[in-house]
Design a protein. Structure first.
Length: 65
């Protein structure tokens, strides 16, 4: 996948939209925690863009919780 926006930039935009849509602060904090796990996974793999592989690994890891 060839994206122009980094994963971090996309997450910032999503959080902004969620806040603008009126989601509560507690919801936004929970989402930030989830997004931070995704960013850490990507960082561990040396990737800065979203990919199907990152998504699969992230979702697989979330099954453990």
């Amino acid at each position: 996948m060839n994206n122009k926006l980094t994963l971090e930039e996309v997450i910032e935009r999503v959080l902004h939209c969620q806040k603008k849509a009126g989601h509560t602060e507690s919801y936004l904090i929970d989402m930030k925690r989830t997004y931070n796990r995704l960013l850490r996974l990507a960082g561990q793999r040396g990737e800065i863009y979203f990919s199907d592989e990152i998504a699969s690994l992230f979702l697989e890891g979330n099954k453990r919780y």
